[in-house]
Design a protein around this ligand. Structure first.
Ligand SMILES: Nc1ncnc2c1ncn2[C@@H]1O[C@H](COP(=O)(O)OP(=O)(O)OP(=O)(O)O)[C@@H](O)[C@H]1O
Length: 262
């Protein structure tokens, strides 16, 4: 289970950025940019949660805090029984994280990249082989396993990155925009992979701008606007709060309702 409560994260701005009047974002105050002001949500073992929000809302910053890459200024994060702010190392073992900027070693093949990370997580011998082979099959990677990462297409790189992120069979999986820039077939493979994680009772949190993926995959939605989670609940509750059966309309209505109250 994932439970996130009252997260906050701000970044100190350079003098030039702080004194510039160009930002109309109310989160820029007193020399800081308050990227995440108040984010809370939960995701149970058999659930997939979609993290939604306009560009710059604070989704990546939130996911980076969940992955332990960033330390929150306030709030709590509990993942699979670990307080990951107090015990980031234990948390890291429990989390599989795909970031938008995850890099692969260009000179290693796709297979070598995945197996290198498997070894870092302590896998070896038959356990390593069978875990990796299962991932290669599920992510349809066999045709390019021997290619160097620097020569892989965007979709091949993304599949390799996902395999690398989950090779240690994490308790929870966190994916930052996993399908951005991918073709329909690669997207479908990744959607099917997320479904399999769900059927194995692994909670998944992923950020996206694609509401069709939310409709296909998610049990819950957390909608972040200007650093604040203005909705956290089921798809049905989302449609009801947004007064529309169309996810697009519900999205816009919830954002507008939230901004009208500020
Ligand atoms: N290190 C930083 N210093 C200053 N501002 C930052 C820093 N990191 C992020 N921000 C700002 O915080 C806000 C939230 O950024 P974030 O990347 O979390 O948004 P996002 O919801 O993931 O957006 P997108 O959908 O465009 O990927 C943005 O305005 C961004 O410019």
């Amino acid at each position: 289970m994932i439970a996130v409560n009252g997260l906050k994260k701000r970044f100190k701005l350079t003098k030039e950025a702080a004194s510039s009047n160009s930002s109309r974002d109310p989160r820029q105050r007193d020399g800081y940019f308050n990227s995440v002001e108040e984010v809370s949500f939960t995701c149970e073992g058999n659930e997939v949660l979609g993290l939604l929000g306009p560009n710059g809302a604070g989704k990546t910053t939130t996911l980076r805090m969940l992955s332990t890459a960033l330390t929150p200024d306030a709030g709590s994060i509990h993942i699979a029984g670990h307080d990951i702010i107090k015990s980031p190392l234990a948390g890291r073992k429990a989390i599989g994280f795909l970031s938008g900027t995850t890099g692969l070693y260009g000179r290693l093949t796709a297979k070598e990249n995945v197996e290198y990370f498997a070894k870092l997580h302590g896998l070896k011998g038959r356990a390593l082989k069978s875990r990796c082979e299962s991932l290669y099959a599920r992510l349809d990677m066999e045709s390019f396993l021997g290619k160097r990462a620097e020569h892989l297409s965007t979709g091949m790189k993304q599949k390799t990155n996902i395999a690398r992120a989950v090779v240690h069979e994490p308790d929870v999986v966190i994916l930052d925009e996993p399908t951005t820039g991918l073709d329909i077939m690669t997207k479908q493979t990744i959607i099917q992979f997320i479904r399999e994680l769900k059927s194995n009772k692994t909670p998944v949190v992923f950020s996206t701008h694609h509401l069709d993926e939310i409709a296909l995959l998610c049990d819950r939605i957390c909608l972040i606007d200007q650093g604040v989670s203005c909705f956290d609940g089921s798809i049905e509750q989302f449609k009801s709060a947004g007064q529309s059966e169309e996810l697009n309309d519900a999205f816009l209505n919830i954002i507008n309702q939230g901004r009208a109250h500020v």
